[in-house]
Design a protein around this ligand. Structure first.
Ligand code: KIV
Ligand code: ZN
Length: 511
């Protein structure tokens, strides 16, 4: 009988710590609801002490998202734990996750405390958490660079204090699979109380081994894996949820473990996270990358036509990826709604109306409207509506460009309700538009990155522009926009990014 491995999703906490992935409250709600559909066991909804925004988002998720356990992160500090509990107390199944560093390098240089003090703080944090909630997780941070004897001592003390899950993090992504598997085995063998707790792992991907390390941990007795959709997370990210789940599923005979994940929601979840964070996955990413099921070589195509098993160990339908022409000029609202729901978009009537209109407009211009176009349109509409505060609206853009003139742009913006016009020059028309927009802003916001891709082939393709802007405090914000016109996609993306930067009050402390 296969044993269950719990999937603990930390997209909204560690994933949101990805540089540039800051999510707004309503975007977090959309992702949390999608995670419930995916049927993850635990949603780590945020770090409530970090900011008022985080607190409110965790609270709303705890109060409205049904199914998974809702977890909040806290340092081993009383005010963090109290705030975490305040945020999740109304969840049906709440969990407090508290952590304290265990490695000498962290204790000496970051915390400037002794092992004894760290141990005492951990015990007190777990006890305080248990006074609120029966489900308490404890993490000895930087476990893989900790003296194993001290690690066992800290884990035993946390279990004695009441922790029900012990999470072993590879915080800096340093471990190799063979070592990490051995560490999990050693924790199970050397900590007598471990039978009273679930062993969890949380691996970072600095050396590209987060998934391999997590799987090796499962082979050695871990029964919870912490991971994120698309592998988002601090620095090089966390273990990717879709890769963990599909490895456990496709190679069941190796692991003899199963998850409760609804596989068909893997691709829609990945698409939603890509679209709402503005962080795309690489084309050749396992499971959810654009090329993951694309076969180019003639010999492979020939084999596939004969029998898909020749070159496919799983098929796209399994993860909810359908590759067909879905909607067009004559598609009704119901069909649009159904197709979008299958793709992971549960739209309001207002959003649906906007998406249907845009699909029809595009179908008038292009012969075919492909799935990629529809996802892009729906994401764009969702993003527009989740953008909570827009201080700046784009009113008009005019450009003058060619091979014998210096590109110039005249842009009119509505800034806090007042119309303003400015001209800009640049090396190209997009640059000219950007300089005109930037010259009118109430504070300095610079364009850090600009990426352009055509969603489908042809000169009439939708242009997808992804940008990063940075405010004076050094915070970076992503934005994306699609349009048939490259200049308009660029201008809209820039205005979206600027609105995000202007709306954000925070410079938050991170775990
Ligand atoms: O990477 C890490 O150690 C963490 C802890 C808070 C679990 O994210
Ligand atoms: Zn982490």
């Amino acid at each position: 009988m296969a044993e269950k491995v719990r999937i603990f999703d930390t997209t909204l906490r560690d994933g949101e710590q990805s540089p540039g992935a800051t999510l707004m409250h309503r975007q977090k709600m959309l992702i949390a609801k999608q995670l419930a559909k995916l049927n993850v066991d635990v949603i780590e909804a945020g770090f409530p002490i970090a900011s008022e925004d985080d607190f409110l988002a965790v609270k709303e998720i705890a109060e409205t998202v049904k199914g998974p356990t809702i977890c909040a992160l806290s340092r081993a500090i009383p005010k963090d734990i109290d705030r975490a509990w305040e945020a999740i107390q109304n969840a049906k199944n709440p969990r407090i996750h508290t952590f304290m560093s265990s490695s000498d390098v962290h204790l000496k240089y970051q915390f400037k405390i002794s092992r004894k003090e760290a141990l005492q703080m951990s015990i007190e944090a777990v006890k305080r958490s248990c006074s609120y909630c029966k489900d308490v997780e404890f993490s000895p941070m930087d476990a893989t660079r900790t003296d194993p004897k001290f690690l066992f001592q800290m884990v035993e003390a946390a279990i004695d204090a009441g922790a029900t899950t012990i999470n072993i993090p590879d915080t800096v992504g340093y471990a190799q699979p063979i070592e990490f598997g051995a560490l999990i085995k050693a924790v199970i063998e050397h900590v007598p109380g471990i039978k009273n707790a679930v062993v969890s792992v949380h691996c970072h991907n600095d050396l590209g081994l987060a998934v391999a390390n997590s799987l090796e941990a499962v082979r050695n007795g871990a029964r919870q894996v912490e991971c994120t959709v698309n592998g988002l997370g601090e620095r090089a990210g966390n273990a990717s949820l879709e890769e963990i789940v599909m490895n456990l599923h496709i190679r069941k005979s190796i692991f003899n473990c199963s998850t409760g994940i609804n596989l068909r929601q893997l691709y829609p979840s990945s698409q939603m996270v890509t679209n709402l964070t503005g962080i795309s996955v690489q084309r050749n990413k396992a499971i959810v990358g654009e090329n993951a099921f694309a076969h180019e070589a003639g010999i492979h195509q020939h084999g596939l036509i004969a029998d898909s098993q020749t070159y496919e160990i799983m098929n796209p339908e399994m993860i909810g990826k359908t590759t067909k022409l879905v909607l067009g000029k004559h598609s009704g609202r119901h069909a649009t709604k159904k197709v979008l729901a299958e793709m992971g978009f549960n739209l309001t009537e207002q959003q649906l109306k906007q998406v249907s209109q845009k699909i029809k407009q595009l179908a008038d211009k292009q012969k075919t409207v492909l799935e990629e176009d529809i996802i892009a349109i729906a994401s764009d509409v969702t993003r527009q509506l989740v953008q909570e505060k827009r201080r700046i609206e784009l009113d008009e853009v005019r450009v003058n460009t060619g091979n014998k003139v210096k590109p110039t742009a005249t842009v009119t913006l509505m800034i806090d309700g007042k119309k303003k016009t400015a001209q800009g020059k640049g090396v190209g028309p997009v640059d000219a538009v950007a300089s005109a927009i930037q010259s009118m802003l109430p504070e300095r916001i610079s364009l850090k990155e600009y990426h352009l891709k055509a969603i489908t082939g042809g000169t009439d393709a939708l242009a997808d522009v992804v940008i990063k802007v940075q405010n004076g405090k050094g915070n970076v914000y992503n934005a994306e926009s699609i349009n048939e016109d490259i200049i308009m996609a660029s201008a809209n993306a820039l205005v979206k990014g600027i609105n995000k930067a202007l709306a954000s009050k925070k410079s938050k402390s991170r775990a």
